[in-house]
Design a protein around this ligand. Structure first.
Ligand code: B12
Ligand code: SF4
Length: 503
């Protein structure tokens, strides 16, 4: 839903996997089903007749679509090897294979660049060896644990393989490309799987490679995909200085934590001179109890100080708040009121336990649906205190109030110069997004989503536990302190601001 209005971004992970495959001498084509249709996909496989089809499944909500496409592929091309990789696929590998009933040959856990070449070797020469490749899961067995990419500098994303680059945008950054400066997250928030996927590691791209990559980007807008941007100020400065030396001018969007912003004020200030325009801050709650629940150890006072600081830099800030299905009407009203009093963009997501997170194991409330499609943090999958219809009424009323601050005619008036420039360049993604809210966010449609027949039922979480051993959650094996490219002072800062029990 979110991607129907506010943004559509290039599939960077898939581009890296494609780059590894191409570098090894294979022919590769990429199709992004955010920007193209299933018909386009069918046309491509019928015409090009690939030996291997690889799907990227970063989002749990996309599981049924991928399983159906895998089955369709098997029916049309029985000898084509079908594999699935990506963030969510890694946490539910076995389940995915079972749903596909043989239409998916294997799931690749972890980082695709690290496993895809040995996997293709096995597919080409000895299919029985597939199940012995690191990170690979088949219905017959599983290979050794997924390997970590040793050096993020080795590959450049195959951006040229995307056929519709003009379709990517992020708010007013239209068109917009994506770039990665660092991978992983050293914190360990209970609702998040970014750290469990990467084994709490944190690796950086060298400033030289980062700037070479940036210099190759034609789009004027750039989304920095790092989970927490500029954890280490020195790295942010080095990249920034290299950008300034090369005279690259872009407009940037990044995501970070309030406490990182306050700790590394100078680097963010420097980046506003380079073109930093938007920042996403995961505040998650506007009360202390809520913050504790989501294990954000930042105090509310510090969070508001971070907002104030971002404002002082002239950056447009988007905040995320997590609505709990337990919220009643009063709670929504308080949030609405608070959000109207601040100039920032506020995004409300719904508290959703995901496989791979701690909350998947600790949440005592039973999930109310086994429909993957509803696990998009826009629908309620936990029991709501209000009747479901009323919960959606309140949620969408709140989202509408917040969205209207930045959509519709008033936004068009405020942003007229930007929009005229975009139209002159033939870019219409942003301007079209301004009137889409009511088409996409509608309580009746949300309720109807719950009534759709469910073909693939998600596996239920195990019985809830008070605590969970993080060792059992990791996809990539943690390397402890040595897996994090941060200095000792930053490591101590992370320790002081996280509340985890791992390592
Ligand atoms: C950038 C990003 C986005 C971008 C998406 C850009 C895009 N088109 O891919 C935007 C902002 C649009 C976005 C939106 C959402 N996101 Co998001 N996003 C991320 C983020 C921060 C980084 C992803 C990224 O680009 N990483 C860099 C690249 C290089 O890594 P990668 O994509 O993971 O790819 C690697 C591996 O996964 C693997 N791989 C990937 N594909 C394939 C394919 C094959 C064949 C193989 C072998 C391997 C492989 O190899 C790649 C290279 O190492 C992750 C957090 C994270 N750290 O993963 C969350 C994350 C993936 N998002 C999440 C969520 C919840 C959402 C939203 C639902 C939020 C919302 N407000 O609605 C939406 C849904 C979007 C949708 N399409 O349905 C959750 C996923 C939850 C889940 N289990 O489903 C994550 C994990 C964040 C979190 N902390 O919980 N997101
Ligand atoms: S800071 Fe927390 S929410 Fe953000 S990526 Fe890291 S673990 Fe996830």
């Amino acid at each position: 839903m979110y991607t129907k209005i506010y943004l559509r971004l290039e599939p960077l992970g898939l581009e890296l996997v494609a780059a590894a495959v191409r570098q090894a001498g294979h022919q590769v084509q990429l199709i992004d089903l955010q920007a193209e249709t299933h018909k386009d996909y069918v046309r491509l496989i019928d015409h090009w007749q690939p030996d291997v089809v690889a799907f990227s499944c970063n989002y749990l909500a996309n599981v049924p679509e991928i399983v159906d496409l895998a089955k369709l592929t098997r029916a049309r091309r029985p000898d084509t090897f079908v594999l699935v990789g990506g963030h969510s696929a890694s946490f539910i590998a076995q389940e995915l294979l079972e749903h596909a009933g043989g239409a998916i040959d294997c799931v690749v856990k972890g980082e695709g660049e690290a496993s895809v070449l040995p996997l293709l070797e096995a597919v080409e020469h000895d299919r029985r060896a597939v199940a012995t490749v690191a990170g690979v899961v088949t219905l017959d067995g599983e290979g050794p644990p997924a390997r970590l990419v040793e050096n993020l500098d080795e590959l450049m994303p195959a951006r040229d393989l995307l056929r519709h680059r003009r379709r990517y945008f992020l708010g007013t950054l239209d068109p917009c490309a994506s770039i990665e400066f660092a991978r992983g997250c050293p914190w360990d928030c209970s609702f998040c799987s970014a750290w469990t996927f990467y084994g709490r590691s944190y690796r950086v791209v060298s400033p030289e490679r980062a700037v070479d990559d940036l210099a190759s980007i034609k789009e004027s807008g750039v989304f920095i995909v790092d989970d927490v941007a500029f954890v280490q100020a020195k790295h942010g400065f080095e990249i920034g200085e290299a950008i300034a030396r090369r005279g690259i001018r872009k407009q940037y969007y990044l995501e970070t934590r309030g406490d990182v912003l306050l700790r590394n004020r100078d680097v963010f200030k420097f980046w506003t001179r380079l073109g930093l325009r938007y920042m996403f801050l995961g505040l998650e709650a506007i009360d202390e109890e809520g913050l504790r629940k989501y294990r954000k150890r930042i105090s509310l006072g510090r969070a508001f100080e971070a907002l104030e600081f971002a404002r002082s830099l002239g950056i447009m800030v988007a905040i995320n708040l997590i609505a709990d299905p337990d919220w009643d009407r009063e709670r929504f009203a308080v949030v609405r009121q608070w959000c109207l009093e601040i100039p920032e963009i506020v995004n409300i997501s719904v508290n959703t336990p995901y496989p791979g997170t701690e909350t998947w194991h600790t949440e005592a409330r039973r999930v109310q649906t086994r429909d993957y499609r509803l696990y998009d943090i826009q629908h309620a999958v936990l029991p709501t205190r209000l009747p479901l219809a009323e919960f959606y009424d309140e949620l969408i009323r709140t989202q509408r109030v917040l969205a209207m601050k930045h959509l519709g005619w008033s936004a068009l008036r405020d942003l007229a110069t930007i929009v005229l420039g975009q139209l002159a360049r033939g870019q219409t993604n942003f301007v079209r997004s301004l009137w889409k809210f009511n088409q996409v966010y509608d309580p009746a449609l949300m309720l109807a989503d719950h009534r759709r027949p469910v073909t693939y039922e998600m596996k239920l979480p195990p019985p809830p536990k008070a605590t969970v051993d993080p060792q059992g959650l990791y996809i990539l094996n943690p390397r402890g302190r040595s897996g994090r490219s941060i200095d000792d002072a930053t490591e101590q800062f992370v320790e002081a601001t996280r509340m985890g029990t791992s390592e």
